[in-house]
Design a protein around this ligand. Structure first.
Ligand SMILES: C[S@@+](CC[C@H](N)C(=O)[O-])C[C@H]1O[C@@H](n2cnc3c(N)ncnc32)[C@H](O)[C@@H]1O
Length: 204
């Protein structure tokens, strides 16, 4: 099954609150985003946002230049339906992050929780890195979360790559400096602990 079909099937058959990565609110992500002290007009993109409520919280905080990119049409439809009329102020992009075309220097903040770690092929990671570097304005920030070294080896039935903070920084390359990192023990809806590593990086 190809990547897109996999994710469409997940979102068509599972409740958003039942998937292993579900969190009612992405609090660790919010902490790191707010640590950058972005102005309310900061242009932010949530890559692989899925059905997460990060966009809801960012809108509530007053951020108003938001985009959500996801490979799954069903995920985007679910998030839009949840937001109701507030969804109309968000730019929704149905695309594979390894193929997407985004405006150069078009964003000040890039968020990715549990997407980069699915890129097991170096070629895909190179494309991701190229898109990130080209899309973030100089001085912009990226918050990227993956499974940590003690985390699971698979997610959603797919192989993943686990990272520690220096490993994640190495993947992003010299165009990014590490600002800070945090770990989180995420509990899946069934109560299984999963180690996540969060990195906050700054585009030089
Ligand atoms: C594990 S979920 C995480 C969702 C969300 N970030 C969260 O923390 O709740 C991974 C998400 O990335 C999306 N995704 C997976 N591969 C992708 C790709 N190559 N390009 C864009 N989105 C992708 C999936 O559809 C899914 O919504």
């Amino acid at each position: 099954m190809d990547r897109k079909s996999h994710w469409e099937r997940i979102y068509e058959t599972r409740q958003p609150t039942g998937v292993s990565w579900y969190q009612p609110r992405l609090l660790r992500s919010l902490e790191l985003i707010l640590a950058c002290a972005p102005p309310l007009g900061a242009r932010m993109i949530d890559v692989g946002g899925g059905a997460s409520t990060l966009v809801d919280d960012l809108l509530t905080l007053g951020f108003h230049k938001l985009a959500v990119l996801d490979i799954s049409r069903a995920a985007i439809a679910g998030a839009r339906a949840r937001l109701g009329p507030r969804a109309d102020t968000v730019q929704w992009i149905e695309a594979d992050v390894t193929q997407a075309v985004l405006p150069a220097c078009g964003f000040d903040l890039w968020h990715d929780r549990a997407v980069f770690h699915f890129l097991t092929q170096a070629e895909d990671r190179n494309r991701y890195r190229g898109l990130l570097a080209g899309t973030l304005a100089p001085g912009g920030h990226a918050v990227i979360a993956t499974f940590g070294p003690g985390g699971p080896e698979r997610c959603s039935g797919l192989e993943i790559v686990r990272y520690d903070l220096p490993g994640l920084a190495r993947e992003l390359g010299p165009a990014f400096e590490t600002v800070e990192g945090r770990t989180e023990t995420h509990r899946t809806p069934s109560g299984t602990p999963q180690e996540f590593v969060y990195g906050l990086f700054r585009r030089r």
